[in-house]
Design a protein around this ligand. Structure first.
Ligand code: 3PG
Ligand code: MG
Length: 400
């Protein structure tokens, strides 16, 4: 992994103004933050810098306001949740640049924490505009990026600032990059990837990259139907992208050429309606009734997945094996997740998972804490699995 600087490379922080890019893009419902995980993840970096006497100035986006202020995308809505997680009262400024920001920064004492308003209230943020980036940089001496989950965006606060100020990875960014390096960068073999979710169309690049890197690729969820259908199996009313049959065949051919085993379901749990508790039966993959749809992979398929997990030294997981959000179609995902968690706890497996649905599925299975690393990143995790360079990471390693 290319080198990057971390907080360990920072000394004499007392009185220094440190601009810290964090991801506070958390779910909010009725004015309340419903999942504080992302805040918890950035707390160590904030606390460490504050303890060392830095003036900690937080930069973040919230939602997609498209370059102008939008009241319900104000970061002021997040302040009390941040206070709760940090166990201290942070300051807030109503703008991330200009007089409001400057006044707030000037009044800070060493160790204070200040959150600046949503960077995306300015058009310059997403354009990575030089004048806007300079206006942000004016309030800082040092830039720390702790937002891996926004690192796929080449925005002013995620990429641009690293060209204006000495740039460092925060603790969460560091931990994430180290975990991902163990997952696919330089993994212990055999490496198994589990990729699930509804559609092949959203994950073509990812599948093409993985077959070149992993020893076995387990395909589950709705996207598995597209693969088995491409092999001539009748999938009945199952979710299936028939127009991607050629793409699926090409991915299978590439896998064969690279020595990557493709693990497809051999049986499935089928139902006539997509709802919790729907009447269902388990059938062989080539016996899906014409009027039924597959909502989960079956027990024989789970055994095959579990065998691969047992053989693996490294597991990378994105996407559920079935419709885990409606019982009883969560069984395969839960069983495979628990097996991976056990192998990890026994010290036999490095398990790295990421993506919104995946985290929800692992939480549902009660094993998120037992994986080696669970990323809170959505799009950034997918782009990493696609083998793409993430601008927010690239700029740290180039300057590292
Ligand atoms: C996320 O929620 O995945 C990140 O915060 C990035 O948000 P974005 O997709 O709006 O850029
Ligand atoms: Mg660490």
């Amino acid at each position: 992994m290319p080198a990057f600087k971390t907080l360990d490379d920072l000394t004499n922080l007392s009185g220094k103004r440190v601009l810290v890019r964090v991801d506070l893009n958390v779910p909010v419902s009725d004015g309340k933050v419903t999942d504080k995980t992302r805040i918890e993840r950035v707390a160590p970096t904030i606390q460490e810098l504050s303890r060392e006497g830095a003036k900690v100035i937080l930069l973040a986006h919230f939602g997609r306001p498209k370059g102008e202020p939008v009241a319900d995308m104000s970061l002021s809505l997040i302040v009390s949740a941040v206070n709760e997680v940090l166990g201290t009262k942070i300051l807030f400024a109503a703008d991330c640049i200009g007089p409001d920001a400057e006044k707030a920064v000037d009044s800070m004492k060493d160790g204070d924490i200040l959150l600046l308003e949503n960077t995306r209230f300015h058009k310059g943020e997403e354009k990575n505009d030089a004048a806007f980036t300079e206006a942000l940089a004016k309030n800082g001496d040092i830039f720390v990026n702790d937002a891996f989950s926004a690192a796929h965006r080449a925005h002013a606060s995620t990429e641009g600032l690293a060209h204006h100020l000495p740039a460092y990875a925060g603790r969460t960014m560091q931990e994430e990059l180290e975990a991902l390096e163990k997952g696919l960068g330089n993994p212990a073999r055999p490496v198994v990837a589990i990729v699930g979710g509804a559609k092949v169309s959203t994950k073509i690049d990812l599948l093409q990259n993985l077959v070149k890197k992993v020893d076995a690729l387990v395909i589950g969820g709705g996207m598995a139907n597209t693969f088995v259908a491409a092999k001539g199996v009748n999938v009945g009313k199952s979710l299936c992208e028939h127009d991607l049959a050629e793409t699926a065949k090409a991915i299978m051919a590439e896998a064969e050429a690279s020595g990557c085993a493709i693990v497809l379901p051999v049986d499935g749990v089928v139902a006539r309606e997509f709802k919790a508790g729907a009447a269902n039966e388990t059938v062989a993959i080539d016996a899906i009734p014409a009027d039924a749809m597959m909502l989960d992979v079956g027990p024989k398929s789970v055994d095959a997945v579990s065998d691969w997990i047992s053989k693996a030294s490294t597991l990378v997981w994105n996407g559920p094996l079935g419709a885990f959000e409606i019982e009883p179609f969560d069984k395969a995902t839960v069983a495979a997740a628990r097996h991976a968690a056990e192998q990890t706890k026994a010290g036999k497996l490095i398990s790295v998972a990421g993506g919104g649905d995946t985290v929800a599925a692992l939480n549902h299975a009660g094993v998120a804490d037992d994986f080696s690393y669970v990323s809170t990143a959505g799009g950034a995790f997918l782009e990493w699995m696609e083998g793409k360079e993430l601008p927010g990471v690239a700029v740290l390693t180039k300057n590292g």
